[in-house]
Design a protein around this ligand. Structure first.
Ligand code: ATP
Length: 133
């Protein structure tokens, strides 16, 4: 199978790079699966798990939004944050989830704090789902 280069980069540095078979990412329009020779595109990413198929195994990465750039031989994910399962601090994500849930109960629906807490909750749940512990 033809492979392509996949890179996942955050402001803190590179989280993944390698030749891969497929990248599945959650864009604002829904899940998108990319293989070599895909048409070029740039798409904003939601908070979600990126799944990268390499040597027939799947690598999960928790991503908190950003941009995906697709070229025929390359996928670049520029993420606000990105963690491999083994790098996720589960206690921290659980604490963030509880904090966000409390804030959601206190804040009024459409105010800024409500939206911030909603996003924090999504990031925490995503990390807990991607974590391998
Ligand atoms: P918290 O409230 O715990 O800081 P957060 O969702 O607000 O969570 P972010 O702003 O998304 O955190 O991330 C800030 C930095 O901390 C990023 O580098 C991110 O990779 C890292 N990070 C956040 N939560 C975790 C976690 N549970 N495990 C490992 N790294 C994390």
């Amino acid at each position: 199978m033809k492979t392509m280069q996949a890179n996942v980069v955050t402001p803190d540095g590179s989280v993944f790079e390698g030749q891969v078979e497929m990248v599945v990412a959650k864009t604002l329009d829904g899940e998108m699966g990319i293989m070599a020779n895909h048409l070029p595109l740039v798409s904003p990413l939601s908070i979600g798990a990126v799944r990268i198929k390499k040597d027939s195994k799947v690598q999960l990465i928790a991503v908190s939004g950003g941009l995906m750039e697709v070229r025929p031989d390359e996928v670049n994910i520029l993420a606000e944050s990105a963690e491999l399962p083994s790098d996720i601090d589960v206690a921290r994500a659980r604490a963030a989830k509880e904090r966000a849930e409390r804030r959601l109960e206190q804040a009024k629906k459409d105010n800024i704090d409500f939206k911030r807490a909603e996003l924090a909750l999504k990031r925490a749940i995503n990390r807990l789902e991607v974590s391998d512990r």
